[in-house]
Ligand binder design. Structure first.
Ligand code: SF4
Ligand code: SF4
Length: 450
């Protein structure tokens, strides 16, 4: 055998290995289209390559040599750093956000209550549309598309629980300050967050733009000025179950969101208790009870980037995460923001926008939003669809190519996409080809079927 025979056989075995891995992964993930496409594309490809290896006698060196050079070049283009990844652009001083303005706060103002009268006196232009949404069934009431008399209370019970524990998010330190080593304590807190069930964790230095100006919901009184004297934030992600998200926009997504918000709250509150026991101030930020805007803090903590979808995109799970945070005056060592190509990927990919049932995600360019250049997601349109469907939707999270499970095949693609613009464009095309431009959901878990 000649050198090109050896390399040819190695390349053939690698092709077979990757093809089997892809098809098996797709079978396990119950991705019927990916299995089908994998079989009709990869099997003939393997067959042709092995036919060349075993049956080609004329110009064998030239043809095999060319094939091998092509494979090597293709590998280099995919994995060697190439092209701009894009980065967050702050174009003017950050403007702070008033929590009273966000849709989740506005929907809590009961008609003719003090908060309601105050808010719509200052924002009469929002009253008619907000009243219309307010009068729609809530996510767990009869009348929405996915309402189920037995299943809809499942997520609601979790959110009721979160309401009941919100008093535990804040408290004074339990003891005198202990001497701590900031570097070791930072590692300890991030490790604890992961040990308790978080997926990734990071630390950010808080700035003014991270905190709300006024209280709109959660602990405290509507309209109170937000005072948070903490310098650092520990932020962590919790993973949303891929199978549950895959059913978007059904009730399973709402069940899973509620489950992960409870998990994030448990982690945050436990760590806040721990920090206070060492004599430092700490506040847990949990669903419905935030003083900070967690996604930009997560960006500064090095957990990911904000993509077209308007959510935090992480390198390993894309937007398929929920966030939790603990702020503190304990001295810690911050992490640095990362850039892994998601912004560049989103420039060319509009899959979330095309699949969004409410049209809330823009298909066009970024805008300047409170001093930051980013894609502006219409939270009113999104939330109105939630009320109509009786779930928190999750279609965008489901279809995002970065949301794929944490497996060898998907991680290889993510690794290549981190490094090369060619891999990013190729991955976008391959995702549409193997999984479909408008992927449909598969089966619900048996235990949720009535
Ligand atoms: S959750 Fe649904 S409605 Fe909201 S932005 Fe995502 S796809 Fe659109
Ligand atoms: S679906 Fe595409 S455009 Fe949307 S967030 Fe994911 S990668 Fe970005």
């Amino acid at each position: 055998m000649m050198w090109y025979d050896y390399i040819g056989w190695i390349a053939g075995c690698a092709l077979i290995f990757f093809s089997i891995a892809f098809v098996m992964t797709s079978v396990l993930e119950k991705e019927a289209r990916a299995v089908f496409m994998g079989l009709i594309v990869l099997v003939p490809l393997c067959f042709v390559w092995f036919l060349l290896l075993t049956q080609l006698y004329v110009y064998r060196a030239e043809i095999l040599g060319l094939g091998i050079v092509g494979i090597v070049l293709f590998g280099l283009i995919l994995f060697v750093p190439f092209g701009k990844k894009g980065s967050l652009q702050i174009v003017r001083p950050l403007e702070r956000l008033d929590e009273r303005d966000i849709i989740f706060a506005r929907m809590r103002y009961q008609e003719n209550s003090e908060a309601y009268n105050d808010y719509y006196r200052r924002h009469p232009e929002l009253k008619t549309t907000d009243d219309k949404v307010r009068r729609m069934p809530t996510l767990y009431e009869p009348g929405s598309e996915n309402y189920h008399v037995i299943n809809s209370p499942v997520p609601q019970a979790c959110f009721d629980f979160l309401e009941d524990i919100r008093g535990t998010t804040e408290a004074p330190p339990h003891a005198e300050n202990r001497d701590i080593d900031p570097e070791r304590m930072s590692l300890r807190l991030k490790g604890l967050a992961k040990y308790y069930g978080g997926r990734d964790a990071g630390i950010a230095v808080l700035n003014e733009g991270h905190t709300y100006t006024h209280v709109g919901r959660g602990q405290g009184k509507y309209g109170d000025v937000v005072k948070l004297d903490h310098k650092f934030a520990l932020v962590f992600t919790v993973e949303m179950d891929r199978f549950m998200v895959r059913q978007a926009p059904s009730l399973t997504v709402y069940v899973e969101s509620a489950n992960q918000y409870v998990k994030a709250a448990t982690i945050a509150i436990s760590i806040a208790y721990y920090i206070r026991s060492l004599g430092f101030s700490a506040r847990a930020h949990i669903d419905g009870n935030y003083r900070i805007i967690v996604p930009p803090v997560a960006v500064d903590a090095g957990l990911g980037e904000i993509g077209r979808i308007g959510l935090l995109m992480t390198p390993n799970l894309g937007p398929r995460v929920r966030l939790g945070a603990v702020t503190t005056d304990m001295p810690l060592v911050p992490d640095k923001p990362i850039s892994f190509g998601a912004l560049d990927f989103c420039e060319a990919c509009t899959k979330c926008a095309e699949n969004c049932p409410s049209g809330a995600i823009p298909q066009g360019d970024k805008k300047i939003v409170r001093g930051v250049e980013k894609w502006f997601v219409n939270q009113e349109a999104c939330y109105t669809y939630w009320r109509k469907s009786g779930t928190d939707c999750g279609v965008c999270m489901n279809v995002c190519p970065y949301s794929k499970p944490n497996t060898f095949v998907h991680n290889s693609v993510r690794y290549a996409a981190q490094h090369s613009v060619v891999a990013r464009r190729g991955a976008k095309w391959a995702d549409d080809f193997f999984y479909g431009r408008f992927p449909k959901s598969n089966k619900k878990p048996e235990w949720l079927i009535s």
